[in-house]
Design a protein around this ligand. Structure first.
Ligand SMILES: [Zn+2]
Length: 218
């Protein structure tokens, strides 16, 4: 069982999720877009010694500016995991868009665990499966845990991520969305921005998945 707390962080309002394996209390933080007193107090409630991972759905600056402070407060024991193909973005404020959006650079984030498709991350009694979903960035990944699917900027409620940034590919994004749609069963979807949804709702109505062209919608 997984307990999930949601915060909206940073200047582009990215969703940050604190996920906790209820049996053991072991926890991970997905996409900490900044470090705030609210995030800190939630992490103090969890216990910094229980935070095993910071998991990044991709390495755009608005999803990772809180990473280093969290790692510091765990006495550097928590590990940072990011899609292998996104590692170059961690140290490049042009590629991670900090410069494009905010005219600034951000501190380097170090990857401890490069993620590949089907990797399993153990969080207490829970298992998190990595699904590589290139398109928004080359190294975008989704995290599957129990009946929850964390989709970053790959899949949104009724929409999908932009592909016009460096490394983006609309063709790849469409393939990645088909890969998610082909998962068996239904999942609660926790995206990188905006509201939650379900995979079934998106299978039925998200035109990036249904493939209906614009002419047939309007
Ligand atoms: Zn992004």
């Amino acid at each position: 069982m997984l307990n999930i707390k949601t915060l909206v962080l940073g200047e582009i309002a990215a969703n940050c999720y604190i996920i906790t394996d209820t049996a053991t209390g072991e926890s991970a933080v997905i996409d900490p877009g900044s470090f705030t007193s609210r995030l800190n107090s939630l992490l103090e409630d969890v216990g910094y010694d229980k935070i095993k991972y910071v998991l990044l759905t991709h390495a755009h600056f608005d999803h990772m500016e809180g990473v280093n402070e969290i790692i510091k407060r765990t006495d550097k024991k928590a590990k940072v995991a990011v899609g292998r193909e996104d590692i170059p973005l961690l140290s490049d404020s042009m590629k991670n868009l900090a410069f494009m959006f905010s005219m600034r650079t951000i501190d380097l984030v170090k990857c401890d665990i490069p993620l590949d498709d089907n990797d399993i991350i153990k969080l207490g009694d829970s298992e998190i499966t990595v699904i590589t979903t290139p398109g928004h960035t080359k190294g975008s990944v989704c995290f599957l845990c129990g009946d929850c699917l964390f989709t970053g900027d790959t899949l949104f409620a009724g929409s999908a991520g932009r592909t016009d940034f460096p490394g983006g590919s609309f063709e790849q994004l469409k393939k990645s969305l088909s890969k998610l749609a082909a998962l068996k069963g239904d999942y609660k979807v926790y995206p990188g921005h905006d509201r939650t949804t379900t995979l079934q709702r998106e299978r039925e109505s998200n035109y990036y998945i249904t493939g209906e062209d614009y002419d047939s919608i309007y």
